[in-house]
Design a binder for this molecule. Structure first.
Ligand SMILES: Cc1cc2nc3c(=O)[nH]c(=O)nc-3n(C[C@H](O)[C@H](O)[C@H](O)COP(=O)(O)OP(=O)(O)OC[C@H]3O[C@@H](n4cnc5c(N)ncnc54)[C@H](O)[C@@H]3O)c2cc1C
Ligand code: FES
Length: 255
């Protein structure tokens, strides 16, 4: 079933740098804020002439009453650099809500995220407060500013840092086997670097807990028309990340 998509003029309400190079931006939105599901994304267009292609950005939170959407983004290149130069009052164009998000059936999931990958997981926590635990990882303590965003919505927060400056020292997935053993999670939802998602999916499979992963591919249309975001599925069929995903059951896309 194809759900409706909208193009909205979105006014920037606030834009702040949460850590070096990572921004939180809140924009006005009526229809997308009313209809977006956790894990969906928008194609964000900068003002006329600044870039030709829109850039895909995950929805981190929505407020239907106040008609607002929140996104987090990392400055990595031309488009995100230009976005960071905009301020409250400027207008963007957003196309969405796009793609298929995370399972809405889970009652007690573990959300596993690294870096900016925590953003779409926040939208699940916000949609179903009090259900999920979150396992978040970063290189160092400052990258875990996400704690304050997740705290109102989750039961427990587990943290790892590569340098040991906060939580358990090591990679995010290092404590995943233990968490899956000690708790009866009914789903693991993962977003972050592909290596981390593959490792998490393997651990979840061993523990026999269903696992979903949110893939990232370079996109053009975002609507399933141009095939630029295709990936091989495990059954030999190609999948379009923008339309069939970005969230997939791990066994659909990982060996
Ligand atoms: C479904 C989806 C959701 C996303 N959600 C977020 C989000 O919530 N926050 C966020 O910060 N980023 C997110 N991204 C990634 C984001 O779209 C890219 O970082 C952005 O498009 C880069 O644009 P740019 O013009 O700044 O970079 P460019 O100047 O085009 O490229 C700079 C560098 O970034 C790499 N890059 C560009 N696009 C992508 C991409 N799609 N995936 C991987 N690498 C890329 C390029 O290879 C290059 O090395 C998401 C991507 C997808 C597909
Ligand atoms: S971006 Fe065009 S098909 Fe996915």
């Amino acid at each position: 079933m194809t759900l409706p998509k909208y193009v909205e003029d979105a006014r920037i309400l606030t834009q702040k740098e949460r850590m070096e190079g990572v921004f939180e931006i809140i924009v006005s939105s009526e229809k997308i804020a009313a209809e977006a599901k956790p894990g969906q994304f928008v194609q964000l267009g900068l003002p006329e002439g600044e870039t030709i292609l829109r850039r895909p950005v995950g929805i981190a939170a929505r407020d239907e009453e106040k008609k607002r959407l929140t996104f987090f983004y990392r400055v990595v290149g031309h488009g995100t650099g230009l976005l960071a130069s905009h301020q409250a009052g400027d207008n963007l164009s957003i196309l969405g809500p796009l793609g298929h998000g995370f399972s809405m059936e889970a009652k007690r999931p573990l959300l596993v995220g690294g870096g900016i990958g925590l953003s779409p997981l926040l939208s699940w926590a916000q949609a179903f407060p009090g259900r999920a635990d979150v396992l978040m990882g970063g290189r160092t303590a400052v990258e875990l500013f996400w704690q304050e965003d997740f705290r109102p919505f989750v039961r427990e927060i587990h943290i790892t840092t590569d340098d040991g400056s906060l939580g358990t020292k090591g990679f995010t997935v290092a404590i995943l086997p233990e968490l899956l053993q000690k708790n009866s999670y009914d789903c693991v939802m993962v977003c972050g670097p592909e290596r981390m998602m593959r490792a998490a999916a393997e651990i979840a499979q061993k523990a026999q807990v269903p696992c979903q992963v949110s893939l990232e591919k370079r996109m053009a249309c975002g609507l399933g028309a141009c095939l630029s975001c295709s990936v091989d599925g495990q059954d030999g069929r190609r999948r379009k990340v923008c339309k069939d995903g970005p969230v997939f059951w791990a066994e659909e896309v990982f060996p």
